[in-house]
Design a protein around this ligand. Structure first.
Ligand SMILES: [Zn+2]
Length: 440
C-alpha cells in the first residue's frame, strides 16, 4: 500500500526548543513532508492517513544525523584495535583498504546503512572511494546522504580522485529524489598541499557545492603543519581560501581561542566524533567553548574501525560525558547533546528543512519504544534519550516520508544477505592480503 499519508502518535519531541514537548502528541506526514506537529487531534480536520504508527509508549523525534563516517570501513570492524596510531594506519588499515574492490565497498556501505537505520540514524555523511557504489547503496536503501570522494593531494592517485569527485557531483548531486548531496573532499591539510586545496576549492565553486574535510584532529597534525607552513591547520585553511565555501570539518580537537572565533566567523560546520577521539587518543574537542562562541557543531561516529559501532545514541552520551569530564558536570546537558545529532547536525551540513519536526520539513522521523525497563520511570525523557537509551530502542524509521523500518524490520535492505556477504568478503580480503595478490 502506498503510505503517502502517515499519522504518528505518542510523545513528541520536535527539537524546536528545550520546552517543546507533547506528552500526548501526534505528527502528520504527507508526500514526504511534515504536515503538522502538535497535541493529539492536531492533524488537519478531515485528513485521513493511509497508515498509523506509535502509541502512548512511543517517542517521536527527528531522525539522527551522522555528520562524519567512512561507510565502507565497516569491513574493517574489529580487524585492528588497540594499536599505536601509525602502526594501526600503516600496517593494518591502509593495506586492507588497498585490497577493497568497489563491490566490497558497496556491501560494506549497505551494512553501515543497515546498522544506522536500526539505531535511528537517517542521514550520513561519507568520505571514501568507489563513491558511485556508495551512492547506489544509499539510493537503494532509501537513506539520505552527503557523499564525497576523499582526495589525497599528492601521489599517483590524485588525478583519478579529482576526476571521480567531478563525476560523483555530475552523476549524483541532488539525485535519489533529492536525498543525495555531494561535496568535494580534500582529505586533510596533512595529505593535501595548498596548491591542491586551491584546486579543490575551485572545483567546489564551479559546481556550487560544499567541502568536507578532516581538520585539527591530532596534536601531531597541528605541530607538523605549523612546522611546515608557519601556521596552524585552521589558519592555513583560512589563507588558502577554504572557508570561502561552505565547509564541514570533522574533529577540530586541537583548536585555540582565536581559531574558534575563525570557525564561528566563517560558519564552518564542525563535526565532533567523541568516541573516535577517545579510541585513537586524539584528545578532547572544546565543544562547550565552540558552542558558546557560536560555532555550529554536529555529531559523527567516524568509521566502524575507530569506534567501533555507528550508534549515535551512544555517541551523544559519550559527547556529553567527555565535556563533563573536561569542563564540569553541567557541561553539554542532555538537550544540547540531542541538538548536536539533529538540528545542529543539519545546520552544520547545510541541509535545509531537516533535523526538526516542523510543518514543511522533510519527514525523517524515528519512533522509539519507551516501554522498556531501562527507560522507567519517566521523570525526564530527554535525559533518557541521551543517558539511558540505545539505538536498539528505535522501533520505526521514516526517511523522506517512506517507512524504511517497521517494528525493527528493515524493509529496504535484506539484513541476512548483507551480513553473510560482508563476512565472506572480509574473509576473502584477508586471504588476498596473506597471499599478497593484487586485486584489479
Ligand atoms: Zn574520518
Amino acid at each position: 500500500m502506498d503510505k503517502n499519508k502517515i499519522l504518528l502518535k505518542g510523545m513528541v519531541l520536535p527539537m524546536t526548543g528545550p520546552k517543546d514537548f507533547f506528552a500526548r502528541g501526534e505528527v502528520a506526514i504527507e508526500a514526504g513532508k511534515i504536515l503538522s506537529v502538535g497535541p493529539e487531534g492536531s492533524a488537519p480536520q478531515g485528513w485521513v492517513p493511509d497508515a498509523e504508527y506509535g502509541g502512548p509508549d512511543f517517542l517521536i523525534m527527528p531522525g539522527l544525523i551522522n555528520g562524519h563516517t567512512h561507510a565502507g570501513m565497516t569491513l574493517l570492524r574489529s580487524y585492528a584495535d588497540d594499536l599505536p596510531l601509525m602502526e594501526w594506519l600503516q600496517e593494518k588499515v591502509w593495506p586492507f583498504e588497498a585490497k577493497l574492490t568497489s563491490d566490497d565497498i558497496y556491501w560494506g556501505t549497505k551494512l553501515c546503512i543497515l546498522e544506522m537505520i536500526l539505531s535511528g540514524t537517517t542521514t550520513l555523511v561519507d568520505m571514501y572511494f568507489a563513491m558511485h557504489k556508495v551512492a547506489k547503496a544509499v539510493d537503494e536503501s532509501g537513506f539520505r546522504a552527503v557523499l564525497s570522494r576523499g582526495m589525497v593531494g599528492t601521489g599517483p592517485a590524485t588525478e583519478l580522485a579529482y576526476n571521480q569527485s567531478k563525476e560523483l557531483i555530475e552523476n549524483w548531486h541532488g539525485k535519489a529524489d533529492g536525498r543525495i548531496k555531494v561535496m568535494v573532499a580534500p582529505h586533510a591539510p596533512y595529505t593535501c598541499p595548498p596548491d591542491f586545496l586551491k584546486r579543490a576549492i575551485k572545483l567546489a565553486e564551479e559546481y556550487g557545492v560544499g567541502i568536507n574535510t578532516h581538520l585539527a584532529e591530532t596534536k601531531v597534525e597541528v605541530d607538523d603543519i605549523t612546522k611546515q607552513y608557519g601556521k596552524s591547520p585552521i589558519r592555513l585553511m583560512e589563507e588558502v581560501g577554504l572557508f570561502t565555501r561552505p565547509v564541514v570539518a570533522a574533529h577540530c580537537v586541537h583548536v585555540d581561542e582565536q581559531e574558534i572565533e575563525l570557525l564561528a566567523k566563517y560558519k564552518v560546520g564542525v563535526i565532533h566524533n567523541p568516541e573516535s577521539n577517545l579510541k585513537l587518543a586524539s584528545g578532547v574537542s572544546p565543544v562547550t567553548r565552540m558552542l558558546e562562541a557560536g560555532v555550529t557543531v554536529g555529531l559523527g561516529t567516524d568509521s566502524a574501525c575507530s569506534n567501533n559501532n555507528l550508534d549515535l545514541f551512544g555517541e551523544m552520551r559519550s559527547a556529553a560525558f567527555l565535556q563533563k569530564v573536561s569542563c564540569g558536570s553541567t557541561a553539554l546537558p542532555a538537550y544540547q547533546a540531542l541538538e548536536l545529532a539533529t538540528v545542529q547536525g543539519a545546520k552544520a551540513l547545510g541541509l535545509e528543512n531537516l533535523g526538526q519536526l516542523k510543518p514543511g520539513f522533510k519527514a525523517d522521523v524515528i519512533l522509539l519504544n519507551m516501554h522498556q525497563p531501562h527507560l522507567y520511570p519517566r521523570h525526564d525523557v530527554v535525559a533518557h534519550l541521551v543517558y539511558a537509551a540505545h539505538g536498539s530502542d528505535v522501533q520505526t524509521v521514516i526517511i523522506d516520508g517512506n517507512v524504511v523500518m517497521e517494528n525493527r524490520q528493515v524493509l529496504t535492505i535484506d539484513s541476512e544477505k548483507i551480513m553473510a556477504e560482508v563476512q565472506s568478503r572480509a574473509e576473502q580480503i584477508k586471504e588476498r592480503l596473506t597471499a599478497g595478490t593484487e586485486q584489479s
